[in-house]
Design a protein around this ligand. Structure first.
Ligand code: GRG
Length: 295
């Protein structure tokens, strides 16, 4: 295991414990929604977005207790999006992280409510005093997460993605779609970490520039992994079977073009962190991890 993999595993364990504490089990109908929230949020995932929060906040020596709370908030939003995305009305997926998706384990109504409850609890956590003693800081972080999650961010990107299945998008169109759908929460990770640590506006801008390039690289790698898995299933060279009704980076750039674009973005994203010197090593490690990941 690389040094970076051990680091992200350590922060993932901190997030797992904190999420477990935020979601205590209970009895009756309320217990059912909590069980479904736990099924959707615990025991899985790379915890990349919370890692970005913690690593960015660490650069400014912010208390870990605060960055872990902000990390849990963004992970709850991410998990809610996966729970809803798996529903029959969206991607209709029976499996998530190698086990039954929430609506398969429970039922559709419970999955909708569990997703809603994860979404709302994320903002409850950010509003609580323990997140930061200064209400202005708590408000700034909540505002940033709301914008990243809603119609100007992830939800907007998902809407465009559903619509785009019938349309031919050019590179600028796909880039914009992915900036919203997956990029906005990744961007929040680094920016949220800077905000909770009361970094200067220039420092937050550098974190945003890093995370914007990182988010795009993440999505290109996701497309490469999907195309490779499809090719293995179909027994054809990777990249030749990109879904024709869906705009992907593979469809627009080809497999080799997509790989070099991802590599270019990873190098560029790391360069935005140069002003932070050695303190930025964990965030730079995250960029290499995104490029090299296999799942
Ligand atoms: C339903 C409002 C709503 C939005 C859904 C993000 C999203 C929008 C849907 C997920 C579909 C998907 C699989 C997109 C590809 C990129 C992505 C977000 C992958 C999953 O993120 P990882 O790899 O997952 O960080 P883990 O399991 O590691 O947390």
């Amino acid at each position: 295991m690389s040094a970076f993999e051990s680091t992200i595993k350590e922060t993932a364990a901190l997030i797992e414990t904190a999420l477990d504490d935020f979601l205590p089990q209970s009895d009756g109908p309320l217990g059912r929604v909590v069980d479904a929230m736990r099924w959707g949020a615990l025991d899985g995932g790379k915890r990349l977005r919370p890692f970005l929060v913690i690593a960015a906040a660490d650069m400014f020596d912010a208390p870990r207790a605060r960055s872990i709370r902000v990390g849990c908030a963004v992970e709850m939003i991410h998990c809610y999006s996966l729970v809803h995305d798996d529903l029959p009305a969206m991607d209709d997926s029976d499996l998530r992280r190698g086990r039954p998706s929430v609506h398969k384990k429970f039922d559709d109504a419970t999955a909708i409510l569990a997703g809603d409850a994860l979404l709302t609890q994320a903002f409850e956590i950010l509003a609580e005093l323990e997140t930061h003693p200064d209400g202005n800081v708590r408000c700034a972080v909540a505002l940033e997460l709301a914008r990243a999650s809603g119609k100007a961010g992830m939800v907007g990107g998902q809407m465009i993605d559903i619509y785009a299945e019938q349309k031919d998008f050019d590179l600028a169109g796909v880039t914009q779609l992915q900036r919203l759908k997956t990029g906005a929460l990744i961007r929040f990770g680094a920016v949220g970490g800077g905000l909770i640590a009361e970094a200067s506006s220039d420092e937050v801008a550098a974190l945003a520039a890093y995370a914007e390039d990182l988010g795009l690289a993440f999505q290109i790698v996701d497309d490469i992994l999907d195309a490779t898995a499809d090719a293995e299933t179909l027994g054809k060279p990777a990249g030749q079977d990109a879904e024709m009704d869906k705009a992907t980076f593979i469809k627009l750039l080809g497999m080799d073009g997509a790989k070099s674009k991802a590599a270019e973005l990873v190098e560029r994203c790391k360069s935005h962190l140069d002003p932070f010197g050695d303190a930025a090593a964990p965030l730079k490690g995250a960029a290499d991890f995104v490029f090299e990941r296999k799942s």
